[in-house]
Design a protein around this ligand. Structure first.
Ligand code: SF4
Length: 325
C-alpha cells in the first residue's frame, strides 16, 4: 500500500483572544485525516467553521498550535521557517477572491512568474517558457500576460490565480472557495479547468467550499467541519447517500429542492453557530442538534470508523457500537 501524500494528525490552530492570556479562539481543534496522491478531498461547513484557517495552516501560512502535518512522510511542522518557505513550492493555494490575491501593480506575466523567482527556479528563459506553458494550460494567451489584473473578468482572474498556483509544479493545492466569488456560469468553466489539470498533472486538491453541490461535482471524498472539528468524513457517494451525522443530514436537506441528492425532509437547525471562542460543552453541536441526548452535553464524541470509507463523530453511533458489542 502506498503512503498518503498528506497526513494530518491532531492539528490545532488556536488564536489568543485580545486582552487574555488564557482564552483562545479554537479555529481548528484536533483535526486528523489523510489525502492520497491524485485525490480531491472536499472540506465543507458553514462560514466560521474553521475550514479556511485549516487550509492556510496546512500549507503553513499559519503556524499550527499543535499537531503534525506530514507531506510525503515528512513532518513539515518541525521545519525551520526557511525550509518551510522552500516546501511551499510543493504546496500552493488558490484563494477565494482572485482580485484581492493578485498584485494590481504587476502585469500578469510577472504575477505568474513570481513564485519561480521566489523559489529560484530556472533561468530567465526557462521561467518565461514555464509561464507560457502554464498560461496555455489555463487558457490565457501571450497577449493577456502583458495586461494588469483589473483588465480581466472574475473568471479570467481566477485562471491567473490557478496558473500562479501551478507554476512551481506543486504536489498539493489547497483551493479555498475558488469559485464562490464567481457567477454560476463561470464557476463551471473554472471547475472544469481545475478538473482537467488534475487529470493531466495527477494533482491532489483540498477543496474548501460551503457549497455542497460544487463539492459533490468536484471531490472524491468529503469532510464536514463544525466549530473547528471534522464531524464526518466519507467517500463522496457514501456521504451523500448515507449521511450519518445530524449536522451533515441538515446540510444535505438544505440543498435546493430540484437537487437529486436532497434529503426528503428539510431539517432546520435551531439557533446560530456558537462562538468558537466559547464552544458548548460535550458535543459542540448539541445546542443545535435535533437528536441531542443528555449525555451529549457532557461527553465529547470522537471521530470513529463506522465502515471502510466512513468516519463519524457522534455519540449515537458510539452507543450503537457498544450495544452491538
Ligand atoms: Fe447530536 Fe449527540 Fe450526535 Fe452531537 S453526539 S451530533 S448532540 S446526537
Amino acid at each position: 500500500m502506498t503512503n498518503p501524500l498528506l497526513e494530518v494528525k491532531h492539528l490545532k490552530k488556536y488564536f489568543p483572544l485580545k486582552g487574555s492570556r488564557t482564552d483562545y479562539l479554537k479555529a481548528v481543534d484536533d483535526v486528523s485525516f489523510t489525502v492520497n496522491q491524485g485525490e480531491v478531498l472536499g472540506i465543507v461547513g458553514e462560514s466560521g467553521c474553521g475550514k479556511s484557517t485549516m487550509g492556510k495552516t496546512l500549507i503553513q501560512l499559519f503556524t499550527p498550535t499543535e499537531g503534525e502535518i506530514l507531506l510525503n512522510g515528512e513532518n513539515i511542522t518541525v521545519l525551520s521557517s526557511k525550509k518551510v518557505r522552500q516546501k511551499r513550492r510543493e504546496m500552493q493555494i488558490i484563494f477565494q477572491d482572485p482580485f484581492a490575491s493578485l498584485n494590481p501593480r504587476m502585469k500578469v506575466f510577472k504575477i505568474i512568474e513570481e513564485p519561480l523567482v521566489n523559489f529560484r527556479i530556472g533561468t530567465k528563459e526557462e521561467r518565461k517558457q514555464r509561464v507560457y506553458d502554464v498560461a496555455k494550460q489555463v487558457g490565457l494567451t501571450h497577449k493577456q500576460l502583458e495586461r494588469f489584473p483589473h483588465e480581466f473578468s472574475g473568471g479570467q482572474r481566477q485562471r491567473i490565480g490557478i496558473a500562479r498556483a501551478l507554476v512551481s509544479n506543486p504536489k498539493l493545492i489547497v483551493a479555498d472557495e475558488p469559485v464562490s466569488a464567481l457567477d454560476v456560469s463561470i464557476q463551471s468553466q473554472v471547475l472544469n479547468i481545475m478538473k482537467d489539470l488534475k487529470k493531466e498533472l495527477n494533482l491532489t486538491y483540498i477543496f474548501i467550499s460551503h457549497d455542497l453541490s460544487v463539492v459533490h461535482h468536484f471531490c472524491d471524498r468529503i469532510g464536514v467541519m463544525y466549530l473547528g472539528k471534522i464531524v464526518e468524513i466519507a467517500d463522496k457517494h457514501e456521504l451523500f447517500n448515507n449521511p450519518k451525522h445530524p449536522y451533515t443530514k441538515a446540510l444535505l436537506s438544505a440543498l435546493p429542492k430540484s437537487h437529486p441528492l436532497q434529503e426528503k425532509e428539510r431539517i432546520v437547525l435551531k439557533g446560530d453557530v456558537p462562538n468558537p471562542a466559547n464552544p458548548p460543552s460535550g458535543c459542540t453541536f448539541h445546542t443545535r442538534c435535533p437528536n441531542c441526548m443528555e449525555i451529549c452535553k457532557v461527553t465529547t464524541p470522537v471521530l470513529k470508523s463506522i465502515s471502510d470509507k466512513h468516519e463519524v463523530s457522534c455519540l449515537l453511533y458510539e452507543e450503537l457500537e457498544e450495544r452491538v458489542l
